[in-house]
Ligand binder design. Structure first.
Ligand code: LMR
Length: 398
């Protein structure tokens, strides 16, 4: 029966990983997949993570199953990291956090749950959004629609258009927002804009789903949560999917969570049985290692401050690279203004060049980036920033 199958094109982001690896050009630059890189282009295991792993190696007495909702210690630590102690306590039994296999696993789990809650739900995603949001939602049977988000000309959020669109979204639909460090554009909502979105959500009654994959990589662990916390404090319902891939560097360990806030503790208790059943039906239970690392770090003051310092250094480096790239585009004689890159947050920004120019950068300069011109800023370093800007100048001048 397999004769009828036809091949699919490779994932637009993952494809670049293999192409970059196969390239023998010593000047090649990887600005593709969103992983943090240091000045040498490496993605080392964080020191706090190494120490927690050593502790697990020394003390773990059993590898018996953890259960479909994962480790209670991890779930509690994640909830407190997301919401802060006070808000988290005030959410009481209305909140449940369920460990998931990475951010993708959390999003898929959320999609299954949302489909159970409303089989006709449409998920409204930002235009543009992370490419994998669409298959993660539609594979669960949800429909997709787009709301306007990024203006490629002004390099800012098309907020008035976004809000007018959200004012048409009915109760029973889901609006997917990026909690911070928007992927792919790096343009985030201001607090006043989050407030306006909150007001529309209250008026319309739609459900908000927040994808939060970059906490701590924008302005700070607390600062990056302003919008999410505002919504958690004031909406009757909220779903938050969080990932520890980037801020703990745990990519391959698949460490994430789905958090649900509902109107009442009773509703949340009911919902938890459905979420657990979905997890059981898809993967039975999440992998444990990364989650154990995270809960050890978050619950140990010394490990936590070491991790915090490492994360701060990563964030500062990315923000410094944004400034360096902008300065270097001027040195390279490009008269186009790239200063918007400095104002954007997190790992990503668009270079704002067209797809032919992107393909020229890949083919002729071995600079790897997604067709949309999204770059992973962390892939830049002192040794390659001039080559990047000079190549960009050549491509723009044609
Ligand atoms: C990205 O957007 O590059 C990351 O979130 C990694 C991925 O899985 O796509």
């Amino acid at each position: 029966m397999f004769q009828s199958l036809s091949a699919l094109p490779a994932d637009p982001i993952l494809r670049l990983v293999a192409e970059y690896q196969a390239d023998t050009n010593p000047r090649k630059i990887d600005l593709g997949i969103g992983i943090y890189k240091d000045e040498n282009g490496d993605t080392p295991v964080m020191t706090a993570v190494k120490k927690a792993e050593q502790r697990i190696l020394d003390t773990q007495a059993s590898k018996k199953y953890v259960g479909p909702t994962g480790s209670p210690a991890y779930n509690a630590a994640v909830a407190e990291l997301l919401f802060g102690a006070e808000l988290n306590a005030s959410l009481n039994g209305r909140r449940v956090t369920v460990q998931a296999p990475g951010g993708c696993g959390g999003l898929r789990l959320a999609a299954e749950f949302l489909k159970l809650a409303n089989t006709d739900a449409t998920v409204w995603v930002s235009d543009p959004t992370w490419a994998n949001h669409v298959p993660l939602m539609t594979t669960a049977g949800l429909k997709i629609a787009k709301y306007p988000y990024y203006d490629y000309t002004t390099h800012s959020v098309r907020f008035d258009e976004m809000l007018s669109c959200l004012k048409q979204v009915p109760k029973g639909d889901v609006v997917l927002l990026h909690g911070c460090c928007h992927n792919p554009c790096g343009a985030d909502l201001t607090l006043a804009q989050w407030e306006a979105v909150r007001d529309v959500a209250l008026a319309q009654g739609f459900t908000v789903l927040i994808d939060l994959a970059y906490q701590g990589l924008g302005d700070g662990l607390e600062e990056d949560m302003a919008g999410t916390r505002l919504l958690a404090a004031s909406l009757p319902e909220l779903v938050v999917v969080s990932s520890c891939s980037k801020n703990f560097g745990l990519y391959r360990e698949r460490t994430g969570a789905m958090t649900l806030i509902s109107e009442s503790a009773a509703q949340t208790a009911t919902a938890t049985t459905l979420i657990a059943a979905s997890a059981r039906a898809m993967y039975s239970m999440p992998p444990d290692h990364g989650a154990e690392v995270v809960q050890l770090i978050l619950n140990d003051p010394a490990l936590r401050s070491e991790w915090d310092a490492e994360l701060t250094a990563m964030r500062d480096r990315i923000n410094g690279l944004r400034a360096k790239l902008v300065a270097q585009t001027r040195t390279a004689g490009i008269d186009r203004d790239f200063s918007f890159i400095q104002n954007e947050k997190g790992m990503f920004s668009f270079l704002g060049v067209n797809v032919e120019q992107v393909q020229t950068l890949v083919r002729d300069y071995s600079i790897y980036l997604v067709d949309s011109s999204r770059i992973n800023v962390a892939g830049i370093n002192d040794a390659n920033v001039a080559y990047l800007a000079d190549s960009l100048a050549a491509v723009i001048k044609g």
